[in-house]
Structure formats: structure tokens, C-alpha cells
Design a protein around this ligand. Structure first.
Ligand code: 5GP
Length: 210
């Protein structure tokens, strides 16, 4: 059946495992396209430009905003992050479910612009496990970890704005579960307008023809 894809926003605390879930969705299923964000943050070791992010200067980022090239953008721990528009719109039209792995301010901007977007919030089962995962990553300084934990405390106040909370306990289960949540969202009437409109029109015509 022909339909537009769903814009799937995946947010969650830094260290909650969003990235792993997204990688699992892309690997295990066919219908997902991942939007690559633009950022002013420095690449971490191993991060490739154009894959992890488009790494740009502050001037370049601001120019892209002025040109209307980003759907949303936000500041997160001293850096800018934003979602390029063209890719997202092209893939949605092609019927793919487009994943945005973005933080909360951006997610709320997306919900305003695209009311049919599906907002998922990923959390570990507890705050203690979150701290442990952030520390185990070993890529950030103690100060950055502290700031990310502070940010998590703030973000936890807004979790209820999301459509679903995904508890990332065992990653294999979590990928399949997240996929099932996204798939079932396709059957919401608001996302099946083409089908429901044509059913209504055809049924009315048939009933008028007797
Ligand atoms: P990191 O620096 O750890 O890669 O990302 C920091 C935060 O920025 C994460 O919560 C990530 O989801 C978020 N983020 C990444 N890309 C975007 C984006 O395009 N827009 C917004 N609003 N947040 C983003």
C-alpha cells in the first residue's frame, strides 16, 4: 500500500543507547533512512564527516540556518546541532521512515512542524545505569559527563511530551520492540489519510449508485 513515511524522532539521555538502537534498526530492517545532522562539535575519534555528522564551522552552520536549509536546530552543551531539510523530505515522500536522532528542544520543534511525527524517548532502566554507561564510554571528560548528567536531569522533566518511552534494558529486545512501535504507528488513522479518504469517497459513490 502506498503511504508517506513516518518521521521518527529518537531522543533520550546521552548514554541511553539511542545510537545503538538506531544502528540496529538500520541493520535489521529495510524501510529506514537515517538523517545525518549538521553540527559545530569537533569529531570524536573514528567519526567520519558525512556519516556521523556533517561537521561544520559556526559560520557555516549559521549560513545554513539563514538559507532555510535546516528543519530544526538546537544548542546542546556549547555546540549547535541541526537537521538538514532536503534529505528528510525526499525520503518521506519516497515512503521511507526517516529517523532523526536528536535532543529534546529539536524534537519539540519537529512535533510542531510535523504533527504526525512519532516521538520516542529512550532511557536506561535507572539513573545509576545511565551514569555508569556514560562513564564506561570513556570518550568524554569528567566535566562533560557531569554536564550531560545535569542535562539529563532537566530533560527528564519533559519525557512526558513524547509518544512512547523506550526502556533500553537488553539491546536486542529493544531494537525489535522499537521497530514494532514504529510499525504499529503506521495504522493510526491520521497517518492513513490517503487510504481512509479514498475508502470514504469510493463507499459513498458505491452507495449512491445503489
Ligand atoms: P553528541 O554530541 O553526543 O553526538 O550529540 C549530543 C546531542 O545532540 C544528542 O542528544 C543528539 O541526539 C543531539 N543531536 C544530534 N543531532 C541533532 C540535530 O540535528 N538536532 C538536534 N536538535 N539535536 C541533535
Amino acid at each position: 500500500m502506498e503511504h508517506d513515511g513516518i518521521l521518527v524522532v529518537i531522543s533520550g539521555f546521552a548514554g541511553a543507547g539511542k545510537g545503538t538502537i538506531v544502528k540496529g534498526l538500520l541493520k535489521d530492517y529495510d524501510n529506514y533512512a537515517l538523517s545525518v545532522s549538521m553540527t559545530t562539535r569537533q569529531p570524536r575519534p573514528g567519526e567520519v564527516n558525512g556519516e556521523a555528522y556533517f561537521f561544520v564551522s559556526r559560520e557555516e552552520f549559521e549560513k545554513t540556518i539563514e538559507e532555510g536549509g535546516l528543519i530544526e536546530h538546537a544548542q546542546y552543551v556549547d555546540n549547535y546541532y541541526g537537521t538538514p531539510k532536503a534529505y528528510v523530505e525526499e525520503k518521506l515522500k519516497a515512503g521511507m521512515d526517516v529517523i532523526l536522532e536528536i535532543e529534546l528542544q529539536g524534537a519539540l520543534q519537529i512535533k510542531k512542524l510535523y504533527p504526525e511525527a512519532l516521538l520516542l524517548f529512550v532511557t536506561p532502566p535507572s539513573a545509576a545505569i545511565l551514569k555508569q554507561r556514560l562513564t564506561d564510554r570513556g570518550t568524554e571528560t569528567a566535566e562533560v559527563i557531569k554536564r550531560r548528567m545535569d542535562r539529563a536531569a532537566e530533560e527528564s522533566q519533559m519525557m512526558d511530551k513524547y509518544d512512547h518511552i523506550i526502556v533500553n534494558d537488553k539491546i536486542e529486545d529493544c531494537v525489535a520492540y522499537t521497530h514494532s512501535v514504529i510499525q504499529s504507528a503506521h495504522s493510526a488513522p491520521a497517518r492513513l489519510k490517503k487510504l481512509t479518504d479514498s475508502l470514504r469517497r469510493d463507499l459513498k459513490e458505491m452507495s449512491e449508485q445503489g
